[in-house]
Design a protein around this ligand. Structure first.
Ligand code: F6P
Length: 547
């Protein structure tokens, strides 16, 4: 394939980056009163102000040319049409079918998958209603009050952040606890506060082979049996979401309580499948369905909106602009909303597992940067720690700020302060503060000239730091669904431009393989250690400490 950096569109962007270097966004805002309005667009309950970016009309046109040259629209259609775009695993990529409310079929291998998708949605609804109404009872006749959701990666992060983000919509009477880490403290802490008679465990694992999830589920099973439950009672207290039905029934689960998944749904895109069951249990089926509807709206927007106002495309090209033409190596997400605090961790897996790749097409080594490091945390906390580096550090860190304009049950004073900090940060990043302004501020402070000049230098803020600001009327289920789908499609567009397969994750496999070999040597304490000297030494230290 022709790598993107070999195209004339890429070269043109390199020249555009040179042509704007030395210019300042502060001056662009000063000279152009229409800038903010021109670079603001809305869809699906999300308003995006992208005016505080290092862009002008020429840059945007150049970026859209790059999108066209990499046939992003054709690649997008191939995904929605169920073509085998995950070529290293020979799979279609159809998480969009899980939220397809068009009434139209979606074909995989000549078969419409929609009847199965809708049957699974019905199964989720019926199960949630049975739990919430008390119709599904534990083995001693108690209603279920606690759900322990066990899964990791995509079988954890999506459901967890959705549950967290939609706290104002929680169903009263059932509490959902999420466990991912194989570190035994987590599952032990969660189970120690629970009564096994009113607890339901949802084991979420597409493969039913993931070490962490299996071990945590076995520990939960042991806890259940030790607390008085029997093997045959397990069916009432353990359900699974998995494509491996046999492994789940072998475990003791009732076949009727196994929620299916399919090969054409990738792990980090699976929250729209029955992996979302804990979300539906947290807030009721109608709210869960509204999340899917919001994502569907974003799918429509992504497929039909022109490039210039297409939110996923805009986010994607802005990211590419900084990663490939300004040397940015990371991207920070800053939700100014406590309930959305898990969103950076969710996007971390979505983006880094999808586009952290070094081969384009079938086998071409890549010599340009691909997926950036994604990180971040809730505002305003970050302002009192890492924002310093974003403001005055030597690396460019593009930022996504997000804020709901209305929040249920919140004190107005707190919300106004939160908003003012959010907007103030984007302003400071953009305009900075000049040496002259800082020097003038120090007038009358009793400083000698050398000290005043030195201090003014340290206080100078370069500005010209890019950021996007997202505003939501309210972060309701529909808007959250749209927001998550927006980032999914952003990642898709970037992967399409870079020419990578965004849907495999071979990089995580070697670690799993070696981890198992090491476990073998840790457990079999007499086995010879034949790894490298460092690994042997670490295993010996562990053996010694645990014998
Ligand atoms: O380790 C990577 C991964 O395969 C992720 O892509 C996935 O989300 C996670 O593990 C969990 O996999 P499973 O649902 O099969 O347990």
């Amino acid at each position: 394939m022709t790598l993107p950096n070999q195209t004339k569109q890429w070269k043109a962007l390199e020249q555009l980056a040179d042509s704007i270097s030395g210019q300042h966004m502060r001056d662009w805002f000063g000279a152009d009163s229409g800038r903010a309005q021109r670079y603001t667009t809305s869809a699906c309950g999300i308003k995006l102000d992208y005016s505080k970016n290092l862009i002008n009309q020429d840059v945007l046109a150049g970026l859209f040319d790059l999108v066209e040259s990499q046939q992003v629209s054709a690649k997008r259609d191939a995904m929605f049409n169920g073509e085998i775009i995950n070529h290293t695993e020979q799979r279609a990529v159809l998480h969009t079918a899980l939220r397809n409310f068009s009434g139209k079929p979606v074909m995989v291998d000549g078969q419409d998958v929609m009847p199965e998708v809708m049957a699974t949605q019905d199964k989720i609804r019926n199960f949630v209603e049975a739990i919430h109404s008390g119709a599904h009872k534990g083995y001693t006749g108690k209603s279920i009050k606690h759900i322990v959701s066990i899964g990791i990666g995509g079988s954890f992060l999506g459901p967890k952040i959705m549950s967290e983000a939609l706290k104002p919509y929680w169903y009263d009477g059932v509490t959902v606890h999420y466990v991912a880490n194989v570190d035994g403290c987590h599952i032990t802490d969660v189970l120690s506060g629970l009564d096994h008679e009113d607890t339901l465990v949802v084991m979420s694992s597409k493969s039913f082979t993931t070490q962490e999830t299996l071990q945590n589920t076995l520990t939960a099973k042991q806890w259940f049996l030790n607390s008085g439950g029997s093997q045959q009672d397990i069916a009432k207290h353990f359900v699974a979401v998995s494509s491996n039905v046999k492994a789940a029934t072998d475990f003791g689960m009732d076949e009727n309580n196994i929620f299916p998944m399919w090969d054409w749904v990738g792990g980090r895109y699976s929250l729209w499948s029955a992996i979302g069951l804990p979300v539906a249990l947290t807030m009721g089926y109608d709210n869960y369905r509204a999340i899917l509807e919001g994502a569907y709206d974003m799918d429509q927007h992504f497929q039909n909106e022109p490039l210039e106002t297409n939110l996923p495309v805009l986010l994607a090209v802005l990211g590419i602009w900084y990663v490939n033409f300004h040397g940015a190596q990371s991207h920070v997400l800053l939700p100014y909303y406590h309930y959305l605090r898990g969103f950076p961790a969710y996007v971390q897996q979505l983006d880094m597992e999808s586009n952290g790749k070094n081969i384009a097409g079938q086998k071409d080594p890549i010599d340009y940067a691909t997926g950036p490091v994604i990180w971040g945390s809730e505002g305003t906390n970050g302002q009192h720690s890492f924002h310093q580096l974003i403001h005055q550090g030597k690396v460019m860190i593009p930022a996504d700020f997000m804020l709901p304009l209305n929040v249920p049950n919140q004190d107005d004073t707190h919300h106004a302060m939160l908003a003012s900090n959010c907007f103030g940060q984007t302003q400071a990043l953009m305009q900075g503060k000049t040496y002259e302004e800082c020097y003038a501020d120090l007038d009358g402070k009793g400083l000698d000239e050398a000290t005043r000049a030195s201090l003014a230098t340290h206080k100078t803020m370069p500005g010209n730091k890019p950021s996007n600001t997202f505003l939501f009327d309210q972060l309701d289920p529909k808007t959250l669904g749209a927001l998550v789908a927006l980032y999914e499609h952003k990642v898709f567009v970037q992967g399409a431009i870079w020419g990578v397969n965004s849907f495999d994750q071979w990089g995580v496999e070697l670690g799993k393989e070696l981890g198992n070999q090491v476990l073998d040597k840790i457990v079999n304490t007499d086995a010879d250690l034949d790894f490298d000297a460092s690994t042997n030494q670490l295993i010996s230290a562990f053996r010694q400490a645990n014998n």
